[in-house]
Ligand binder design. Structure first.
Ligand code: ZN
Length: 687
């Protein structure tokens, strides 16, 4: 659960299961490009000097060919592949949706869930009726003493009520799974949206209150009542937000490590019966638990003590409506939710087609049932073999890089090498598929299916408490175009969906594949040694293995990157946050560097003629171009602002240019001069 993802498009924050993600990340769009390549000379704009703006040089052709579709907040090469995968998933789902006695149990579930989601007429006809039992439960609450059980129940059906609770390996003992309690309960993307005082943020809060009010009106409240209730929601969420850590503070696992136990945690929650909450959620007691943010839970407790029950009910009603607005409630709710989260916050002009959202929904709910079919059709064993070979080559290159560092002591190097050698590589899909037999999917019951899917996932997650960690488990579904490193398991995970053009191709040469997919493999490996990952040892325990002097030298190097990214103005008035993006920036630079080293080895072993040009470029130039072309992305200014404020990844333009500016080897390949923009006086380098 404590992990780092590579891409922003798919929006997977740390502790994603604990901090329920607001629907701000709708992506993807129209028909995918006909043929995709890793290195694509037709995307290059020769009128741009590669030493002036390499991103523009490598991507302008792509930009010209790919105007931003109206239903997109950003559209790039990741989206191209994401869309292609989604089209494949749609075909699988449409087949599975045809009732037939020969369907397998999994096909019945994914097919009927897809059909239920697609049946907008039935959803509109039903109105709020399917949600009425839940609305009635909240309305019937008679005293604050009943809240713990109700909050627990709402969380099991996927409602972001006040906080998050889930299983996670103990920071001190990565082999033992305990319960983690984390801050949550917000409707805006993250806590600073409630505290910033600039004009744009003030306006966004006003628009948020308007949105909440309109949702209440749709649920049957008179206008004036709805407005007052929306103000109540904002007031409660603002208190929660102010007591929460910033997203930058959350990056340091030490800030999130506060071991406690049921008795001690119970004593701090004087207005909230933890016993009743635990009974409602059926959370096993593993003895130890983690109160990730004590300040937040103190404020939550105080809030329950001094807020009238009627106001708490309003807050819960809002989060209930919000949780199901996407694809389970009538169109009016769906459109209202899209309007605020995708249009107002991120600039989308049109809503995605229904089939796309329903496909993504089934992937989210039953990703391994869908993924099993996907893998059998679209992930050949040869792709897995080549991916594994690349991963091993890049691991070896990283080992040689660590050995050659001039700033690290032999003592720390030995520990780093131990950790590197202990990294486990997971490629494609799980060895053992998830069992969905206990999940009931009823055709025609979209809302009930969504509730039961959340309950199934909640129970599956909690069942891990008190058991040894299952390192074979995956946090991403096989069709996902993304990858992650898990610091508590010390493993890298590359889903099958990623190993396709434009990121990887069996038909293209090593320069293209190492520049692109190789840099991603390097990126994930380097996460084990970024500002966050380096705090975990080879077994995944949060344990310092650095000498003081090496730690200081690491921090000095990291600080160079913090300053470099702090200086970038993403949209007028909004700079990138160098500390928030540090881990990703370290991984980008280190990952590309070790992919380069690994590729040089391959080239040398193959006696590659480094001066021979293909499509007009030498092999080393092709390596850098393939790297930059993976980042070709069009982004709306609204989304760019949201990204700068919330995303640990820098926008794609800088993931290309800023990283390359730090590598003199790149400048050498294109004969760039000191005075050129792609050359900086003092390049940063950690790994
Ligand atoms: Zn990453």
């Amino acid at each position: 659960m404590f992990r780092v993802d590579r891409l922003s498009l798919l929006c997977l924050p740390l502790f994603a299961a604990l901090l329920s993600v607001p629907a701000t990340c709708q992506s993807a769009s129209t028909a995918p490009a006909p043929e995709l390549h890793v290195f694509d000379p037709s995307l290059i704009d020769k009128s741009v000097d590669p030493c002036d703006n390499f991103y523009r040089f490598a991507c302008n052709g792509w930009f010209q060919r790919n105007p931003l579709p109206p239903d997109q907040i950003a559209y790039g090469r990741f989206t191209e592949l994401f869309e292609l995968n989604r089209l494949h998933l749609k075909q699988i789902l449409e087949q599975a949706a045809v009732p037939s006695p020969t369907r397998t149990a999994n096909e019945q579930k994914i097919g009927d869930e897809y059909a239920s989601c697609m049946d907008v007429d039935a959803i509109n006809r039903a109105g709020l009726t399917p949600l009425q039992p839940e609305l009635d439960r909240i309305a019937a609450l008679k005293s604050a003493a009943e809240l713990p059980a109700e909050i627990g129940h709402l969380q099991t059906i996927g409602v972001n009520a006040f906080f998050g609770m889930g299983s996670n390996p103990d920071f001190a003992d990565a082999n033992s799974v305990i319960s983690f309690y984390g801050a949550g309960g917000l409707g805006l993307p993250e806590r600073d949206y409630y505290t910033r005082t600039d004009a744009k943020s003030v306006e966004q809060r006003k628009q948020y209150v308007d949105h909440v009010a309109r949702m209440f009106v749709l649920a049957g409240e008179p206008e004036s009542q709805a407005r007052a209730d929306a103000d109540t929601v904002l007031a409660i969420e603002t208190r929660l937000a102010k007591a929460s850590l910033t997203i930058t503070e959350q990056r340091d696992p030490q800030n999130l490590n506060h071991p406690t136990d049921l008795a001690s945690f119970t004593r701090t929650l004087t207005h909230f019966s933890l016993a009743n909450y635990v009974a409602a959620t059926h959370a096993p007691d593993s003895g130890k638990m983690n109160d990730m943010e004590p300040k937040f839970f103190a404020e939550f407790n105080a809030l329950l003590g001094d807020t009238p029950l009627d106001q708490i009910k309003i807050y819960l009603r809002w989060h209930l409506l919000h949780a199901f607005a996407g694809t389970s409630l009538p169109t009016a709710f769906d459109e209202e939710s899209w309007h605020f989260y995708s249009h107002v916050l991120n600039g989308a002009e049109k809503q995605e087609e229904r089939w796309k959202r329903c496909t993504s929904r089934v992937d989210r709910e039953m990703g391994e049932a869908l993924g099993q079919v996907y893998v059998s059709r679209y992930f050949p064993p040869e792709a897995k073999q080549r991916a594994l070979e690349m991963t091993l080559a890049i691991e070896q290159a990283m080992g040689r890089d660590i050995e050659s560092l001039d700033w690290m002591s032999p003592e720390t190097k030995a520990k780093a090498m131990e950790k590197l050698h202990a990294v486990m590589n997971k490629i494609g899909y799980p060895d053992k598929w998830r069992d969905y037999s206990k999940l009931e999917i009823v055709r025609g019951d979209a809302l009930g299916n969504e509730e039961r899917s959340s309950q199934f996932e909640f129970a599956r997650d909690l069942a891990k408490i008190g058991k040894p960690v299952d390192k074979s488990e995956w946090m991403m579904s096989p069709p996902t175009v993304n990858a992650y490193y898990d610091p508590q398991q010390n493993n890298v995970n590359f889903p099958a969906g990623y190993f396709q053009p434009p990121f990887f191709s069996d038909k293209e040469d090593d320069a293209a594949n190492y520049g692109d997919m190789g840099s991603t493999i390097g990126h994930e490996l380097t996460h084990g040694f970024d500002d966050q990952g380096r705090q975990f040892d080879k077994d995944g325990n949060l344990k310092d293995w650095w000498t003081k002097q090496d730690e200081q030298r690491f921090d000095e190097r990291a600080d160079c990157e913090v300053k470099q990214y702090d200086a970038i103005e993403a949209v007028p008035g909004v700079h990138l946050n160098g500390k928030l993006t540090l881990g990703e920036n370290i991984a980008d630079l280190g990952g590309l560097w070790i992919a380069w080293l690994a590729w040089l080895d391959k080239a040398e072993a193959a006696h590659l003629d480094m001066s021979a040009k293909t499509d007009g470029y030498t092999p080393d130039q092709r390596f850098w171009i393939a790297y930059a072309q993976q980042w070709c992305t069009q982004t709306r200014p609204e989304q760019l602002r949201t990204q700068a404020e919330t995303d640990p990844h820098a926008p794609d333009e800088y993931r290309a240019n800023t990283v390359l500016q730090d590598l003199p080897e790149f400048a050498k390949s294109f004969s760039c001069k000191k005075s050129d923009k792609m050359v900086v006086a003092k390049p940063c380098r950690v790994w």
